[in-house]
Structure formats: C-alpha cells, structure tokens
Ligand binder design. Structure first.
Ligand code: NAP
Length: 535
C-alpha cells in the first residue's frame, strides 16, 4: 500500500489544529492536517446551532502569534457568535496558507505506532495511508456528540437535529413546534434564541442549571482601538492567571478575612461583569468548602429567582441538588425569562423519563408532546471520546481506547506512556477547555509540543515518551488536587458521569493554568526529566 510521508500529522483543523500546523511548518517540519469537516473551525464549524456564541471575551479568544493578524482583525462583539469565530478561523487559515496543508472530509480510521521505523502509520476512512514520525491530536475536548438512543425514533415524522452536527444551511424553525433535550451551555443558548421565534417550545429538562447573565456589547472602533492598545499586556497576563483569563480569584484565605457583606460585594462585582468571572473570579474556597459554596449558591439562586415570574416554575429551574460552580457555568441572555413566555413549557424528565417517540412527537411517561422538530443538546463524550474512536495503537499494539476504558491517564495531558511521539493538545488531565480559556491553554501547549518535537529532532533522537513513573506521579497529583474540590461529588461531563460506563475522574487539571504552564516550562528547561528519548 503506498503511503504519503510527512514529518508530522495533525488531527483536527479547529483552533488548535490550525495553530499546531502553522507552528510545525514554521519550525521546518513537513505537516499534513486531517480534518473530518469540509472546512476549518472544528467546534466552530460543527456547532452552527441557533444562538451559539463564545463565552470568553473575544480580546482573549484569539491567537497571539502574529502582530499582523492582531492588527487587521476587528471583533464586532465582546462575545461573538459562532459565524464570526468561524470566519476568523477561516481568515487565519487563508492568511497563513493553511488550507493547502489540510486533508478535508477525512477521518482517521486507525493510527498505529511502527516500532522499528519509529513512525506512526495513519489510515483514513477515505482509504489513504500516511506515515509520520509525530502525531499530534488536536481533536478538541468536546467534539464527539453524546447520541441518545430513544425508542421508536424511526416512527417520528418530524426532524431531529443534534446541536453539535447542526446543518450549515439555515434551518427554518419559524412557527414550528420545537422540543429541546438538554439544558447545558448549549441547550441554554438554543432555548433563549428560539423561544421568541417558534410557535411552541417544549424543554425536556432532566437537571436544572445555574446560569449567569452574559453582558455582551458591540465592539465599536473606539473599543477595538482600546483592546488593541492592551494586546501586548493581556497576551502576557492571560498566561499568569488561574483560568487563562485576565482576572483571577481572590487569594486563598482572603474570604475568611471579610464579613459576609463584604463577600457579597465581591459576588456582586463578579456578577456585574457578566462573564465567567462569576465562575473563576470569586473565592477559591467556594469550590472546596461546602459552607462557602452554600453562601455563593444562595447568592446565585436569588439572582435567578427574580427572573422567573412563577415561583413553582422557579423551583423547577433552580438546582437544589448541587452547589453553584461545581459544573461548568453557562452564561445566558434571557434563558430563565424565556420560561415566562406563554409558548414555552418545561417538562421534568427526571420525575418521569422520556419513554419514546411516536409519529407526532415525544412521549414522556404516557403523556404525548406533539413536535415538528426535536433538538438534541445532549453534550459530548468529553476528553477521551474522539481519540478513543480513532483506533490508536501504541507500543506493542496496545490500544488507547482500551487503556482509557480502564483508566483515563496522561502525562500532563500532553503524552501517554506507551504511545511514543503521540502528543495531545487539550487532552485529558490538562487544564484544557474545562478550566481554561481555551485559546490561552492550547497555545501554551502547542508552543510546548513544537519545542519538544524540535528537541527530539535536533538532539538526534527518534522518539519521546513519558516514563510510567512520571505518568503515575502526574495522575496522582491531578487526582489529589481534583479530589480536594467539591466538583468530584457532582455528576457532569467534568467527571465523565454523563457517559455510561466511563471512568469517574475529573477530566481536566484544576491546579491552575498558570501553575501548569510553569511546570511545563520547568520540564523543558531541565531537558525533559520523566520523558524517555530514544535514538
Ligand atoms: P452538557 O453540559 O453535558 O449538557 C448536556 C445536557 O443534556 C444536560 O442538560 C443533560 O442533562 C442533558 N442530557 C444528556 N443526556 C440526557 C438524557 N438521556 N435525557 C435527558 N437529558 C439528557 O453539554 P453542552 O450543553 O453541550 O455543554 C458542554 C460544554 O461545552 C459546556 O460545559 C461548555 O464547556 C461548552 N460550551 C460552551 C459554550 C460557550 O462557550 N458559550 C456553549 C456551549 C457549550 P443532565 O444534566 O441531567 O445530564
């Protein structure tokens, strides 16, 4: 079988795949990127659902590597919508001639480490074979949708859409009877956007959510010019903070020195920012101390309650089984208020589960809910889902899917013992998208990986792989930090609890993106202790 040979293969052409391809090429490697979509964008390609927008401010949701790019790209909103971010990524791909390096509409069917040659052999679903010394996964943390298997779907005469595979052409839902399953960050955006547009909206809710009011605004030329003047400062600042943003939580211990009223002022200030500052900008104790968490939870409950007219409905929409901030906090723009509308109804599918489809809609228990369209905003098999479906086999033919099926482990989320020259961007057990502004953390990791690969080449080695001891040390540290938080007590995609049979482990590192970066830098400065380089 003939195969195309490159120095490096990158899987994915979203935010991380584009930058990784650029960096490796700049470092003098021949690179091919493999992308399942027909265009660049990754998450920002697939999630074209109504209302999709970013919840990191645009001035830190961008690449820092090119002054020319920073000079010529203007953002239109503080939190831009999906089409704008997709356009930005297309612009980057065009400007830096990345399209020519990408194999579109192609999936990795298998990736096998050939020990003798010290190469990865990758076979695609289009029948092509590639070989490369280095394989870099840029598949994203949240890319494989969680698909529900609901009885009798084939009988349903209406349309079913997954938000994470939304059609690229506009879907006309005007005047339709629409149902939504899922009210995480995605479902919330769909619900608040469609409520005024559709004739009836039925929300099938299993678990209520705490969401924070987003403060979005248009970015005019004055704001843009202020942002630009600040880029040199914030491009450095983001790498020094806990979550890769421009703010930090208060120092540990500070909360205890304040009165409840003074702490309330801090909550008010974070709430007023209308951003994820309300998630990662208050007091660190709120994530570890049940009393502090309860105080913050009460504050948020009160903020939500006033938005809902009917107190009975409010009790259904406000969580009572877990504290605030222990799952990923969504930002909302009229989500709770949507339920004040006469055309929006809430159906509790925890009290009585969905029993199946029928010709005209969805049945919950015995009750029928007529629908023209059902939207699934049911989340993702996060972190491990995509890589586990790529047929990755490392040293001695061991399967990554089988390993992670037993034990989700990595070394700093960057590599896995037994899988030489496989590098992960945004991988499990790194801060990644769960606890970091994704642009900050993936750029940091890509810079590290590019350096590491260059080091292997320049030092005359053929491969790099973490030792088992180093990996165990990292996993132990990761778990220690994770298990000290209240997050591990709550079911969500953060802990893998949304996927049946998945190992329960906090998927992302919560010790702080700044701590993580320092550690990565130290490893590099010390010549990669804990990583085995082989000639
Ligand atoms: P998610 O947070 O995992 O939410 C999935 C929703 O589907 C939950 O409400 C879940 O209910 C429900 N669900 C799943 N299986 C179900 C079933 N069998 N029956 C009934 N309901 C079911 O997924 P997501 O909303 O896509 O968000 C994932 C992450 O993507 C976010 O946390 C965020 O990190 C990212 N995101 C970011 C943005 C943004 O930047 N603005 C937007 C969207 C997503 P249960 O809670 O009961 O399981």
């Amino acid at each position: 079988m003939s195969s195309e040979q490159f120095d490096a293969l990158v899987v994915g052409a979203g935010i991380s795949g584009l930058y990784q391809t650029y960096k490796l090429r700049e470092a003098g490697f021949s690179v091919r990127a493999i992308e399942s979509a027909p265009d660049v964008g990754g998450t920002w390609y697939w999630n074209a659902y109504p209302g999709c927008r970013v919840d990191s401010p645009a001035n830190i949701y961008q690449y820092w590597f090119s002054q020319a790019l920073l000079d010529d790209w203007d953002w239109s909103e503080r939190f831009p919508a999906q089409p704008e971010i997709k356009r930005y990524l297309q612009h980057v791909a065009r400007r830096f001639d990345l399209y020519s390096a990408i194999e579109f509409e192609t999936r990795v069917a298998s990736a096998e480490w050939l020990e003798e040659q010290a190469q990865w052999r990758v076979v695609t679903d289009t029948g092509k074979t590639f070989t490369a010394r280095y394989l870099v996964s840029c598949v994203g943390l949240l890319s494989t949708p969680k698909v529900l298997s609901i009885p009798d779907q084939e009988t349903f005469q209406g349309r079913v859409y997954y938000t994470a595979r939304w059609p690229q052409q506009p879907v006309d839902l005007n005047g339709q009877r629409v149902g939504v399953i899922g009210n995480g960050a995605t479902g919330i955006q769909v619900i608040q956007t469609l409520a005024p547009e559709v004739s009836e909206l039925t929300v099938f809710q299993r678990t209520p959510q705490y969401a924070v009011r987003m403060k979005n605004y248009k970015v005019d030329k004055h704001i843009m010019s202020d942002w630009r003047a600040d880029y040199p400062h914030i491009s450095k600042l983001v790498h020094t903070t806990f979550g890769g943003f421009t703010w930090d939580p208060a120092e540990e211990g500070h909360a205890a020195t304040l009165t409840p009223e003074q702490r309330n002022d801090v909550y008010e200030e974070c709430w007023a920012d209308g951003s994820l500052k309300m998630f990662v900008g208050t007091f660190p104790e709120t994530l570890v101390d049940p009393v502090m968490n309860a105080e913050l939870t009460e504050f948020v409950r009160n903020k939500i309650r006033v938005q809902i007219n009917d107190p009975v409905l409010a009790n259904k929409l406000i969580p009572s089984d877990h504290g605030y901030g222990l799952k990923r906090v969504p930002l909302e723009s009229g989500y709770y208020e949507a339920f004040n509308r006469p055309n929006v109804q809430l159906v509790d599918v925890k009290a009585e589960p969905i029993s199946g489809f029928y010709e005209g809609g969805l049945r919950v228990g015995d009750k029928e809910y007529p629908l023209d369209v059902l939207i699934m905003a049911t989340g993702f098999d996060a972190g491990t889902g995509t890589l586990s479906r790529m047929g990755v086999r490392g040293r001695g033919g061991q399967s990554l899917a089988a390993l992670w099926g037993r034990d989700i482990r990595t070394t700093l989320g960057l590599q896995v013992h037994g899988f030489p020259n496989l590098f992960l961007i945004g991988g499990p057990l790194s801060p990644s998208a769960a606890f970091c502004n994704v642009q900050t953390c993936v750029q940091q990791q890509i810079d590290w990986v590019t350096e590491a690969i260059s080091h292997v080449r320049e030092s005359g080695h053929r491969s790099m792989e973490p030792t088992l001891e180093r990996e165990e040390e990292w996993v132990r540290h990761h778990d220690e930090v994770a298990n000290a938080t209240l997050m591990v007590t709550v079911d969500s995609w953060y802990t893998g609890a949304n996927i049946q049979g998945k190992q329960r482990r906090l998927l992302s590192y919560i010790g702080g993106a700044h701590v993580y970066r320092e550690l990565c830098e130290e490893i590099q400065q010390q010549g990669y202790p804990g990583f085995k380089l082989t000639r």
